[in-house]
Design a protein around this ligand. Structure first.
Ligand code: FAD
Ligand code: SF4
Length: 509
């Protein structure tokens, strides 16, 4: 009985039970296909990183004695789509049974389910053995609750998986959440940890990808490629993070700086999303650091909340609401993305830095994604589907199951408040409080009107005024609405005109 097992590019978990024993009747298939390079315009590093990691994974499987059929992007036999290639390979290897791991993206889940259903042979989907929760666990948890919220779900997972818990069932340190302590501005001290990620030379692979006609954008950094590409390198990155950055992760979690792009973030999302690392081992490692006194509880809890809380929760939202979620547009926003989203060429210093950094490194940290780029997109009324496509393309860690709820839900409030309890918006004061961009900016952070006034200011107040019917009763926005109410009518009118002019002139900001 010949069995074929399909391994997708984001299923590179060498500890999966599939690979425990060598079986000569099993053939593992990995394929680089245009179907996957072309569904959105991707950053060059994303394509290069996924293909390089897949090739490394296939090499490891062969080294361990497994049979592998690897279809490279330029293989003349490559039919460039999963079903077309599977059909040919099933025939070629005289396969009796087809197996695949549960895909994380809806479009692949549908495609493979349809394929399996129409296959005239037994087919089976197995668990990817990666996440701490099942696809529908968040939906079941929220079935009897009035509203979806991350925090109770996270607390339940803390208890269930015994993470940062006392034996009596209480959270360690007496609190579940240390967010209030995690909001410091960074002024250069402590210094940003050095770049310790291994450099790879993937110029040959990059030449092969471009010769195959794959389109992309952003800097490939093919000769000095820094993202971890296998489990060993991902574990080294985890080591470096807990040693050098985790102790400061909490304090500077929300900080932004034009002088430091990584700050104290882990840069582990690509490795996690490719399944080179399991979330459980990353959580355990952080927890062990705290128990050993190597990192403060506020930092460790803040870090664990991102993985055990947000990462599992957004996945739950995705599976509960797809496919309709993709079309969410609560505010009916329709503006096109200005061209500078693809070049970074804007005079708004914060956005210039965040976007240029994204084009250069295929990465921006959470607050840059949320409170700079996403904040601007929402206030300016950019079309959320275009914003989603941009995020899905540009970040190396962007896979739809995690990117879409973050973009449409958390950052654009396009789902009307399913994922987030309020829109994440701010004027320049917050950006200045948490970052150092404003001093080098053409615009004046403390002005609301005039040619040099920071565009965030008028856009922020105008957005609140425009959306008062939808947002005015949200208790988390009570304070800004109180301030808006107290604003003289003339000032409100002035802000409305200023915002209208800004929205007409997005391309030239
Ligand atoms: P750290 O700050 O070190 O955090 C540790 C880990 O926690 C991350 O590696 C990640 O796995 C997890 N994490 C943190 N925040 C979130 C979150 N909100 N949702 C899910 N997991 C989280 N993350 C992605 O993995 N892929 C995406 O495509 C993606 N798109 C985003 C789009 C927007 C608009 C926003 C606001 C956030 C997005 N995020 C996404 C979440 C977050 O910004 C990234 O996970 C993080 O910046 C990755 O860098 P890091 O590994 O250094 O993270
Ligand atoms: Fe950004 Fe406004 Fe500050 Fe300029 S002044 S950096 S646009 S927040």
């Amino acid at each position: 009985m010949n069995r074929m097992r399909l391994v997708l590019g984001d299923q590179l978990n060498i500890n999966h039970s599939w690979f425990e024993c060598v079986d000569t009747q099993v053939i593992h298939v990995l394929m680089e296909v245009r179907q996957e390079t072309d569904y959105v315009l991707h950053h060059a590093q994303k394509i290069l990183g996924v293909f390089a990691a897949m090739r490394d994974f296939a090499r490891q499987l062969v080294e361990r004695g497994h049979r592998v059929h690897y279809l490279a992007i330029d293989d003349p036999e490559n039919r460039q789509s999963l079903p077309a290639n599977l059909g040919r390979l099933i025939e070629q290897h005289r396969i009796d049974t087809f197996e695949y791991q549960a895909p994380d993206e809806w479009r692949l889940d549908r495609q493979l389910a349809d394929y399996a259903q129409n296959l005239a042979k037994p087919a089976r989907m197995v668990d990817s053995e990666h996440f701490l929760t099942g696809r529908d666990e968040a939906a079941r948890f929220h079935a009897t609750r009035r509203q979806w919220t991350m925090e109770p779900f996270y607390r339940r997972l803390r208890r269930l998986h015994d993470v940062l818990m006392e034996p009596d069932g209480k959270p360690v340190g007496g609190r579940w959440n240390f967010d209030a302590e995690n909001r410091k501005r960074w002024r250069g001290n402590p210094v940003e940890p050095p770049e310790l990620r291994q450099a790879h030379d993937h110029r040959e692979l990059w030449a092969c990808i471009t010769a195959a006609g794959v389109r992309s954008f952003g800097n490939p950094h093919a000769g000095d490629f820094r993202w971890p590409l296998n489990r060993e390198e991902a574990l080294q990155q985890l080591d470096a993070f807990v040693q050098h950055a985790l102790p400061h992760f909490g304090d500077f979690q929300d900080a932004m700086s034009e002088h430091a792009s990584r700050l104290f973030h882990s840069l582990l999302s690509f490795a996690l999303n490719l399944k080179l690392l399991s979330p459980r081992e990353v959580i355990d490692r952080a927890q062990t650091c705290w128990r050993a006194g190597q990192a403060p509880l506020a930092a460790v809890e803040g870090f664990i909340r991102q993985i055990l809380g947000w990462r599992e929760y957004v996945r739950g939202v995705y599976w509960a609401r797809m496919p309709g979620y993709a079309n969410s547009n609560y505010f009916g926003h329709q503006e096109d993305l200005p061209d500078w989203f693809w070049t970074g060429a804007t005079s708004m210093n914060c956005l210039h830095h965040a976007i240029s950094q994204s084009l250069e490194h295929a990465h921006a940290h959470h607050i840059q994604r949320l409170m700079l780029i996403g904040n601007f997109a929402l206030l300016a009324g950019l079309n959320p589907q275009q914003v989603h496509q941009w995020y899905l393309g540009i970040y190396i860690d962007a896979f739809e199951w995690v990117e879409m709820p973050n973009t449409l839900g958390m950052s654009q409030f396009a789902d009307g408040g399913l994922l987030a309890t309020k829109p994440y918006i701010s004027a320049a004061s917050y950006i200045h409080r948490m970052g150092d961009y404003c001093s080098g900016c053409r615009y004046r952070r403390d002005q609301r009107s005039g040619e040099l006034a920071c565009p965030f200011n008028a856009l922020y107040w105008d957005f609140l005024a425009r959306e008062q019917d939808r947002l005015g009763s949200n208790p988390r926005l009570a304070m800004p609405y109180k301030l808006l109410q107290r604003m003289p009518v003339t000032e409100r009118a002035m802000l409305r005109d200023q915002a209208r002019d800004i929205r007409k002139n997005l391309a030239n900001l």
